[in-house]
Design a protein. Sequence first.
Length: 200
Amino acid sequence: MTAKVALATSNEGKRAELAPLFEDLDLELVLPDSGLMNEIEETGQTFIENALIKARAVSVLMHLPAIADDSGLSVKALDGKPGIYSARYAGLPSNAVKNNEKLLTVMSEVPDGDRGASFQCVLVFLRQPDDPVPFIGIGSWEGEILREPRGTQGFGYDPLFFVPGLNRTAAELSTGEKNRISHRAKAATQLLAKLRHDPR
């Protein structure tokens, strides 16, 4: 029997990426109302803290177990920024085009050899809001920031995130390709392994 689990995001792109990864556990990922997500204050200083905040809030409001993703882009030349502020880098409401434009402007003087970056992802699973032992998966994906966007797939900073080993941006990869190598895929793999062997 398929179990419903709240996915703490209003980002359909994230749901589309995560849903296939959790299919073999027979979990149906249910999105909360977008207004609900806008009310959650991400007051943590790390991806882990913010993922837990979102998972707890959604679990309380939807009366379901919850999975939360907190992820973002970390640019070496910017001392890790935009980091936990990736989604709102250019201000609120969140706008991917404006975020990308701001990143390109801020990095306009950064030479090509110093444009290394990584996508970071933390996925947490709570059985209930006060679950004292949440399951956590962490993933990282290394790349470089281009000087102009390329590709139409994915979302967020994907058009600027160049993957040297593939000679393509994240936005030029199919969902299947991305789900094999991305930060989110790596975090999901960790989380799934823990859920499969859960003795509780």
